[in-house]
Design a protein around this ligand. Structure first.
Ligand SMILES: [Zn+2]
Length: 244
């Protein structure tokens, strides 16, 4: 169910029959010279569209949070960075609002790596007030599966670029982009480090991306994501014996 287009009465009816909400979370930031600035919003949006077709009768699809935290890519034009503290407080308050509306299961569908540590803070605070949550970081959780289709993933790398191309071929290009490997593990931090680690604001082999690989990734990952969501409901069943 799409919350954005619901009216009050429809929402009240939805509250009575479901208690799971999915909140997409993205970022507006530089994605190489070749991918849309909204890549981390566009990809979760496409997953949500596919999940809605399969499980829309059991999940409320909430409007997305398009701005997140990106310390690493902040030196680049087009990155609109929100501090980790403000971002985690904001996402927590949104989730708290859903909890007050009867949604005890919250799925955070995250499209951006820089958000991860903030979302850990959010879900720990949510657990403490009684919310069950599942955070989906698709690029980490299914990385080994992703590498079978796109062996050289990364930030605006082969995987993300393929996923963007599969949405709309006008949102990315591959010709002449090339490939870039990060020279240091991300645990090294120094001023404007992102600009050194990602000189062109991307990593991985973007040039190898294709629409077909993107389509394959959507199909594979949508199935894996649904399995994880089923596990969230199984957790709920175990905790109280029934499910709405
Ligand atoms: Zn991205």
């Amino acid at each position: 169910m799409d919350m954005m287009t619901m009216n009050l009465r429809e929402f009240e009816a939805t509250q009575k029959k479901m208690n799971t909400v999915l909140l997409p979370i993205g970022m507006i930031e530089a994605h190489g010279p070749h991918c849309a600035l909204g890549t981390d919003v566009l990809i979760p949006r496409e997953f949500v569209r596919r999940l809605e077709e399969i499980a829309g009768d059991k999940i409320l699809m909430a409007p997305e949070v398009a701005y997140g935290h990106s310390w690493g890519l902040a030196p680049f034009a087009g990155t609109i960075d929100v501090s980790a503290q403000a971002f985690s407080n904001y996402v927590f308050e949104i989730c708290h609002g859903f909890y007050q509306n009867g949604f005890e299961n919250i799925i955070l569908f995250n499209g951006h790596g820089g958000n991860n540590s903030s979302l850990d803070v959010v879900t720990e605070k949510l657990a403490d007030i009684g919310v069950r949550s599942l955070t989906i970081n698709w690029f980490i959780d299914y990385r080994e599966d992703i590498k079978r289709i796109t062996p050289d993933p990364g930030h605006a790398g082969e995987d993300e670029t393929s996923l963007v191309l599969a949405i709309d071929e006008n949102y990315a290009f591959t010709k002449g982009v090339g490939s870039h490997e990060i020279p240091l593990p991300k645990r090294f931090r120094f001023k404007d480090g992102g600009a050194v680690l990602y000189p062109e604001a991307f990593s991985g082999n973007a040039e190898a991306a294709t629409v077909q690989k993107g389509e394959q990734l959507y199909e594979l990952l949508t199935g894996l994501i649904l399995k994880d969501i089923e596990m969230l409901w199984e957790l709920e069943r175990q905790q109280r014996g029934t499910i709405k």
